[in-house]
Ligand binder design. Structure first.
Ligand code: C2E
Ligand code: CA
Length: 274
């Protein structure tokens, strides 16, 4: 098939990116930042989400939206995802050793979840770091779980034997999504950022949050609202009894040393041992 100039250009860019990513793995150009989550009812520090960054030699620090798809397409997400798991578990164990006890969430892409070696990757990350498995949360996109077919539940059950917990990410509670959740052993539901952004102006969205929180007790679910950017949103979510919040209002993602300082300030500010 003939390709026009636009197509071959796109291929060149993709080839360059693939080459650069191979180099990035070799040269260890990836690093993790961590974004705090806060208990909305008590204001206590609840945990962190690990988010990958690429320190590109010429283009500076790149966010995952620019390279995760390519890592997935090439299969390089497997070594990079393994590295992220190992790094996050080691960091979680280091915080635990300092006397902090909070969860560390790691994003898992569809390709990772579907690869049989993923189970061993999680097991190895836990055993080499000695991180408490009940503090490790694996975050899966709604589409990875709800669109994953019959293999999804057994995969989760197997991972469950390691003692880890699961979150469903970017969750939009409309349609049959809430009922479809039932079939999986999910511990945490993370409400989508866009959904939270529309909350103030949509009574339908508010009533969906209300229903989700109401049903969370019997389902033993923790509800997290992502992307909280202002105090009106925080107040509305607090009133709806949403358990945990995450977003720029509380903190942007930061490297581990910065989180250490955040934790120290936080303990002083809240006057509570964490
Ligand atoms: P996500 O899992 O939905 O992560 C939350 C994203 O929202 C992060 O973007 C975070 O920086 C951003 N965010 C947090 N609070 C706010 C806020 O108040 N306002 C706004 N506008 N944004 C906020 P980031 O770090 O660019 O990550 C993008 C996506 O890349 C993540 O979305 C996740 O799906 C993926 N990702 C990140 N790290 C990893 C990883 O280690 N492995 C895999 N497989 N995917 C990752
Ligand atoms: Ca996430």
């Amino acid at each position: 098939m003939a390709t026009g100039p636009a197509d071959s250009n796109a291929e060149d860019v993709s080839l360059d990116l693939a080459r650069e990513l191979t180099q990035a793995i070799e040269d260890e150009q990836f690093f993790l930042v961590y974004q705090p989550t806060i208990d909305l009812q008590t204001n206590a520090f609840a945990g962190v989400e690990a988010l990958i960054r690429w320190r590109h030699p010429r283009r500076g620090i790149l966010s995952p939206d620019t390279f995760i798809d390519e890592l997935e397409a090439s299969g390089q997400i497997m070594p990079v995802g393994r590295w992220a798991l190992n790094t996050a578990c080691a960091q979680g164990a280091a915080w635990h050793d300092k006397g902090y006890r909070f969860s560390v969430s790691v994003n898992v892409s569809e390709r990772q979840f579907e690869t049989p070696a993923f189970f061993q990757d999680v097991a190895d990350a836990l055993s080499s770091s000695r991180f408490d498995p009940s503090l490790l949360v694996l975050e899966f996109a709604q589409a990875t779980l709800l669109g994953g077919g019959e293999a999804t539940a057994p995969r989760l059950e197997l991972l469950r034997t390691l003692g880890v917990r699961f979150a469903i990410d970017d969750f939009e509670p409309g349609g049959s999504a809430l009922d479809e959740l039932e079939q999986f052993p999910i511990d945490i539901v993370k409400l989508d950022r866009e959904f939270i952004a529309g909350l103030a102006t949509s009574s339908e969205a508010s009533s969906l949050v209300h229903r989700l929180v109401e049903s969370s007790e019997t389902r033993h679910l923790q509800v997290i609202a992502s992307g909280i950017e202002d105090s009106d949103q925080r107040e509305q979510l607090q009133n709806e009894k949403v358990h945990v919040g995450q977003g720029y209002l509380f903190s942007k993602p930061h490297e581990a040393a910065e989180i250490d300082r955040f934790l120290e300030d936080f303990a002083i500010f809240s006057g509570k041992p964490l």
